[in-house]
Design a protein around this ligand. Structure first.
Ligand code: LLP
Length: 431
């Protein structure tokens, strides 16, 4: 279930045809299903029953204001990693006291702003960072709420580039430096230890990976208690994996009962920071076939108007997003082809040797499960512009973000005066 489905052979969401959206807003176009985002959020809460955990939506997965506002309206908090994400969360209606601020590179300015608006907590990644937060809090005359992000030294079985909980990863405070961090909290003043935090990586589907990390966190938690600290919040991060092709999706009920078991005696308020789990399945990238190109040895390329500039995940992580037709042709035969983008890079490939629906030039296709880490990772490479983003929610279509063309991308650039084309012709200089 994803909110998308075929009606009269046309791909629709909430009764709205995706080919109509493509006509109205152009391609490539990201389309989101509001109902699916809501369903995912509620299913996470339902798996845990009472007391419900706190859910901080990781904005990095999809920071588009309309998406954040939908989750904020449902009651979700926000996990932000920059002042930009912080401001987005606030504008979208997330109350500051439901915002946690993570990230290895918080600048003094970002820390000051977070203190000014009064966020729930900083998820602190380093002892050095504690010093900066303490200084900022002292200057502002407030006490900063901090949670220590601890590195549990667990290698999650996911793509190397999205694993974050190994000892040598840049994230978190090493477990063997916990005492030093606690000493710093006490010595620096202006800090209040409100919780512990971890995040072992993204697209994790093995329950066992989470369990090993959470068992470590439970040990850290007890250690803090033994030392006389009284943290309240145990934030267990995000990372819950989803099904892109045929992976086993994380079993939420099994996940919830494992978490309850591991944390039963901790007297902790549980929190999570899912990004992908909430929004991945709720997105489709609608793209037009620019050309079907024949190669040597019978090879065939389907060239789309979306490329690695629109959806980077396949090029960066070898991620697979399925391709489905926007209008199904029942009587034509399927084809086998590589699906590629228009970008001048050999890595601009979505699918290799894939069995595809029948396709001809100008057909519309949709790449599936692109709601997380899709539009937000789009880039300007090759000056092809940025895709638009549309939300269909309760039957209402909203253009959340208009497409951006090369003119807008170049709008704030400056050509040095003496290099402006034709400048010397207009103002001849004496030589
Ligand atoms: N919390 C922290 C501290 C994180 O670093 C992340 C993701 C999350 C929560 C949310 O993780 P999620 O629930 O979405 O897995 N661009 C990559 C994913 C990078 C994830 C970075 N951190 C991709 O496209 O797969």
């Amino acid at each position: 279930m994803s909110g998308f489905g075929y009606r009269d052979d046309a791909l629709t969401v909430d009764g709205v045809r995706l080919d109509t959206l493509a006509e109205a807003y152009g391609t490539p176009l990201y389309v989101y299903a509001g109902a699916e985002i809501r369903r995912r959020y509620l299913s996470l809460l339902a798996a845990f029953s009472e007391p419900a955990p706190e859910v901080f939506y990781a904005l990095k997965a999809n920071p588009t204001l309309g998406v954040v506002a939908l989750l904020a309206r449902e009651g979700a908090g926000a996990d932000v990693v920059s002042v930009g994400e912080l401001e987005r969360a606030l504008v979208a209606g997330v109350p500051p006291e439901r915002i946690v601020f993570a990230g290895v590179g918080k600048s003094r300015y970002e820390i000051d702003r977070a203190l000014e608006v009064g966020i729930l907590q900083f998820n602190v990644e380093a002892i050095e960072e504690l010093r900066v937060i303490a200084a900022a809090a002292a200057a502002a005359g407030v006490e900063a709420p901090v949670a220590l992000r601890l590195n549990p030294d667990v290698a999650a079985s996911t793509h190397d580039k999205i694993t974050t909980g190994r000892r040598d990863d840049k994230f978190g405070i090493a477990g063997d430096r916990l005492d030093e961090a606690l000493d710093a909290v006490t010595a620096l003043g202006a800090l209040r230890l409100v919780g512990l935090h971890c995040h072992i990586g993204s697209q994790v589907t093995a329950l066992d990976d989470f369990e090993r990390a959470y068992l470590r966190m439970a040990e850290f938690w007890r250690h803090c208690r033994e030392r006389g600290f009284r943290p309240r919040r145990l934030n267990l991060g995000g990372g819950m994996g989803v099904r892109y092709v045929d992976e086993a999706e994380l079993d939420l009920d099994a996940f919830a009962s494992m978490v309850r078991r591991v944390t039963a005696d901790l007297d902790a308020m549980l929190g999570f920071e899912p990004g992908r789990f909430l929004v991945a399945a709720a997105g489709r990238l609608v793209s037009r076939v620019i050309r079907i190109k024949s190669g040597s040895h019978g090879r065939c390329f389907v060239v789309l108007d979306a490329g690695m500039n629109t959806l980077l995940r396949p090029a960066l992580y070898d991620a697979v997003h399925r391709l489905v037709p926007v209008v199904r042709q029942r009587d034509a035969a399927s084809i086998v082809a590589d699906v590629v983008g228009p970008i001048c890079e050999s890595s601009d490939v979505f699918l290799r040797n894939a069995t595809l629906p029948p396709l001809v030039d100008n057909d519309l296709v949709a790449l599936t499960d692109v709601g997380a880490y899709g539009a937000t990772m789009a880039a300007d490479y090759n000056s092809r512009g940025r895709p638009g983003e549309v939300l269909v929610d309760t039957g209402v279509v909203t253009l959340l973000k208009p497409p951006v063309g090369w003119i807008e991308l170049a709008a704030n650039e400056t050509i040095p005066e003496h290099l402006v084309p034709g400048a010397d012709r207009e103002q001849p200089r004496d030589r």
